[in-house]
Design a protein around this ligand. Structure first.
Ligand code: NAD
Length: 425
């Protein structure tokens, strides 16, 4: 009989008891368990305070992207990512931007939106009126739950109400617009929405279901621009190729998705390094990319009168330097220290700049020699390691695969067996 995943009380077990259950369920070896339970900077004790049912921690390489000049200031950028070439490409993109004076980034106010969904009202527009009438009261109620934020100059700044047509009829949606200062803010605004909801029911006679942050953080926008001399990207032809690459993305969502994925390579790597909610960033970015009813690139590239490149990026970036995992994960704390950012706004500006530089590097490679040349060496290394090459075997397998122009698992295995066979003779 196969073992059951129905495990009442699993969460109440100790760490080692949980590991034992999983070991039995999945038939793990002692070696597997050793790998699972070995930790780095993030101890099990801290991990257990972060999420439930912990059986280990996961490490990723943490790299530093160099060359970033943002708003006239130099930054070293910590990036946590499993994908080869991203850190190198970011550094390379930043170097090209640097030649034209660096990246210029500006974030808006740090405003988040919480939504309160009111249903089952017979006159939705009258209900909306009744809510708006109580705006000052809503502001007082919401601010009362977060005196710390209010003291820092944050808190709820505005209330907006709209009637939407849904498959289940009209709904009245209240938006609480909250300045969350240096926090990502989801918890902060959710608490406010929950506090306000019963009052909205009382004033309108309707029924509130959802009270939750919106990840379409379109009041928390970062804008970045850069000028890149055409010589920095390899001349007029490559510069034109980059503009053509952008135009392709602007006209075709299949390409736009990959264009934006390249931007998110940089943004998510910094987000992971600094303990951000990466899903919130992704959701916000892609919803914003589709805000005009069609999925579009988050950046644009054009030429100026000299034929130099002008890049522009605009997207929501909701991040924090307090709250969430930014302080609990020790590596996130150190990453923030390396960045030296003083506010969430500055962190968002840096992340936007990384996104644009990353985008430039990818487009430059695509518009010239192609992405694979740079990728392949690192990719070959990963393959060599994954088939079990160790020590100097790794370089031998990589070089052999590159020489033969075949970078595949079966080939790596074959080469490894060959060199081991040779050595054992
Ligand atoms: P938080 O509640 O941990 O911290 C925010 C609080 O810190 C503020 O309410 C304030 O009281 C206090 N604070 C102290 N100094 C501050 C300063 N300088 N600026 C601002 N606030 C300061 O976290 P949060 O940022 O409200 O929420 C982030 C977490 O919410 C993330 O872990 C995220 O994963 C999670 N979350 C996300 C979603 C979503 O995105 N849909 C939904 C629910 C929860």
């Amino acid at each position: 009989m196969s073992p059951t995943s129905r495990l009442p009380g699993f969460h109440k077990l100790s760490f080692s008891e949980r590991v034992k259950v999983v070991k039995e369920f999945a038939g793990l070896s002692d070696e597997d368990v050793e790998i699972l339970t070995k930790t780095g900077s993030l101890s099990i004790e801290i991990a257990e305070r972060m999420i439930e049912n912990v059986i280990g921690t996961l490490e990723l390489p943490l790299g530093i992207a160099t060359n970033f000049l943002i708003n006239g200031k130099d930054y070293l950028i910590p990036m946590a990512i499993e994908e080869p070439s991203v850190v190198a490409a970011a550094s390379n993109g930043a170097r090209m931007c640097r030649e034209g004076g660096g990246l210029h980034a500006m974030a808006s106010e740090q405003l988040m939106i919480a939504q309160v969904q009111l249903t089952k009202v017979t006159n939705p527009y009258v209900a909306a009126y009744k809510i708006l009438e109580k705006k000052e009261e809503i502001i007082d109620i919401a601010n009362s739950v977060d005196p710390i934020l209010v003291k820092l100059g944050g808190g709820i700044k505005d209330v907006e109400v709209k009637v939407i047509e849904s498959p289940l009829g009209p709904m009245v949606i209240t938006h609480l617009i909250v300045d969350v200062k240096d926090a990502m803010g989801a918890n902060a605004v959710n608490t406010m929405a929950e506090k306000v909801a019963p009052y909205i029911e009382k004033w309108t006679g309707g029924k509130v279901y959802l009270r939750i942050v919106s990840n379409l953080a379109d009041r928390r926008i970062v804008r970045v621009w850069t000028r890149v001399p055409k010589e920095a990207v390899g001349g007029k032809d490559v510069a034109e190729g980059i503009v053509y690459a952008w135009a392709f993305a602007a006209a075709d969502p299949y390409r736009a998705a990959t264009h934006n994925k390249g931007i998110m390579n940089g943004i998510i790597a910094v987000a992971l390094a600094t303990g951000q909610d990466t899903r919130a960033l992704e959701a916000g970015a892609h919803a914003y990319a589709a805000r005009r009813g069609r999925y579009e690139p988050l950046s644009r590239w054009e030429l100026d009168e000299n034929g130099d490149l002008i890049g522009y990026l605009e997207m929501p970036i909701a991040v924090g330097i307090v709250g969430g995992a930014t302080r609990t994960n020790p590596i996130a704390r150190v990453s923030l220290k390396i960045l030296g950012v003083k506010t969430a706004k500055e962190l968002a500006e840096v992340m936007g700049a990384v996104g644009l530089a990353q985008n430039l590097a990818a487009l430059r490679a695509l518009a010239s020699e192609g992405i694979q040349r740079g990728h392949m060496k690192l990719h070959a290394r990963q393959i060599a390691i994954s088939v079990g090459a160790v020590g100097d075997e790794v370089d031998i397998v990589v070089n052999e695969m590159l020489k033969e122009g075949v970078i595949r698992y079966d080939k790596a295995k074959e080469i490894l067996e060959r060199i081991r066979g040779r050595r054992s003779k």
